[in-house]
Design a protein around this ligand. Structure first.
Ligand code: APR
Ligand code: PHB
Length: 391
């Protein structure tokens, strides 16, 4: 088998890259370890930044997004029992975000890729990268009992945090940074109409809480918990009671209860692998970085990477220039660190630090007051939340 770009991983990063390349007439094949059913059922965050929405529309993936996505003009933030709103369009010259589940984006992109050439190979096992330092790399894998070798010009490592691409770079070449937080999120998906139209981020003495949604019928809610939390200690009644306590500020808003469809625990980590290129291998999305979910940046950051990578690959295939490929790492990292900064800032601003110093806790309250109380503070949050421009 032969293609121009071998893409490892059919998450948002890999699927979006394939679609962007296709628009410019560049061929790709996606190798995905899991089954299509598994990939389609993975539930993750659901906030799309303004530039991500524009990108999806520009590649023709915006039809259902336009119909079913929920545009949000702001978020509420609660601390010390007071609710304050950040108005995105007013603070950013008209920009907003759209709430649309990541698995819906994945579903739309898989449908599109199937339509044109069917080159998503699901259940590709034992994927291995070869000769990435040469001009003719390849990827080998096993599929339906058969050993296959895919020759290519470039490899895009879009295989997430636990993928095979990053470890294929010699260990001595990797520049990595990591921060682990002393808390996690207990998330629930509930069969209950969202009780208001916009998200609520709450700082509470008992810990952070977030009110979000997936559709007019389904609410998504999170509670700060211990990273080692045992879900058996969280029967439904305790979950609802804690959500009411942390999310209701006495203004009449009340979280709607409903059947809990799933409960999960998300660990919180910030991670950057600055080595986003090695030879003919380029990393994009979670393969190169992880953000804590507080800023809702994961998918959006993946979209930024693949936009920059696409432009670089297209410039090479159409004009023979390697300038943008050589600049990929530096261009992508600028936005990566900006999103890391915001995700870290939001995480630090809104969580209760279990062993925090009393002084730091008071500064945190002063920060909450400043960033929600002054126009300059709100503008900083709004500008980052709706998304900084791609590379
Ligand atoms: N071989 C082939 N495929 C692999 C391998 C492998 N060895 N390892 C992982 N994969 C696949 C996974 O099964 C998954 O479908 O790569 C894909 C990676 O997808 P994501 O983890 O979703 O990563 P990415 O596309 O970068 O998405 C970034 O989406 O999932 C969120 O938190 C993530 O919001 C972030 C954004
Ligand atoms: C979500 O809806 O899952 C969600 C929303 C906002 C966040 C994180 C997750 O900051």
């Amino acid at each position: 088998m032969k293609t121009q770009v071998a893409i490892i991983g059919a998450g948002p990063a890999g699927l979006l890259l394939a679609q962007l390349l296709r628009q410019s007439g560049v061929e790709s094949v996606i190798l995905e370890a899991r089954s299509e059913e598994y990939v389609l059922s993975r539930i993750r965050a659901g906030v799309l930044e303004h530039p991500t929405v524009e990108l999806l529309h520009s590649i023709g993936a915006g039809e259902r997004l336009g119909r079913e996505g929920m545009p949000h003009d702001g978020v509420d933030m609660i601390f010390r029992g007071e609710k304050r709103r950040i108005d995105f369009p007013a603070l950013t010259g008209g920009k907003k975000v759209t709430v649309y589940g990541q698995q819906e984006v994945v579903k739309d992109l898989i449908e599109m890729k199937k339509d044109f050439d069917g080159q998503i190979l699901f259940e590709a096992r034992n994927v291995q990268l070869h000769d990435i330092e040469s001009d003719s790399p390849s990827v080998s894998f096993t599929r339906q009992g058969e050993e296959v070798v895919l020759s290519c010009d470039f490899i895009a490592g879009c295989d997430g945090f636990h993928g095979v691409s990053r470890p294929s770079i010699p260990a001595g070449r990797l520049r990595m940074f990591e921060k682990i937080y002393p808390f996690a999120w207990l998330g629930i998906l509930a069969e209950a109409p969202p009780a208001q139209d916009e998200l609520i981020y709450s700082y509470h003495e008992n810990g952070f809480a977030l009110f979000s949604m997936r559709s007019p019928e389904v609410t998504r809610l999170y509670l700060q918990c211990d990273p080692e939390e045992n879900l058996d200690e969280w029967p439904d009644e305790r979950v609802w009671s804690e959500l009411h306590t942390r999310l209701e500020s006495g203004d009449g808003f009340r979280v709607n209860e409903g059947k809990i469809l799933r409960k999960d625990v998300t660990p919180m980590r910030s991670f950057v692998c600055e080595t986003m290129r090695h030879g003919r291998l380029f990393l994009a999305g979670d393969a190169a970085h992880i953000v804590p979910p507080t800023g809702a940046k994961g998918l959006n950051l993946a979209a930024g990477d693949v936009k920059v990578l696409n432009d670089a690959l297209v410039a090479f295939f159409k004009g023979g220039s390697t300038a943008l490929l050589d600049a990929y790492e530096a261009t992508a990292l600028k936005r990566v660190w900006a999103a890391q900064r915001f995700s870290w800032f939001m995480t630090r601003l809104l969580h209760k630090f279990p062993d925090g110093e009393p002084f730091d806790a008071e500064i945190q309250i002063a920060d909450l007051d400043y960033f929600t109380g002054s126009e300059a503070g709100r503008k900083t949050i709004a500008e980052n939340y709706v998304g900084l421009p791609f590379g």
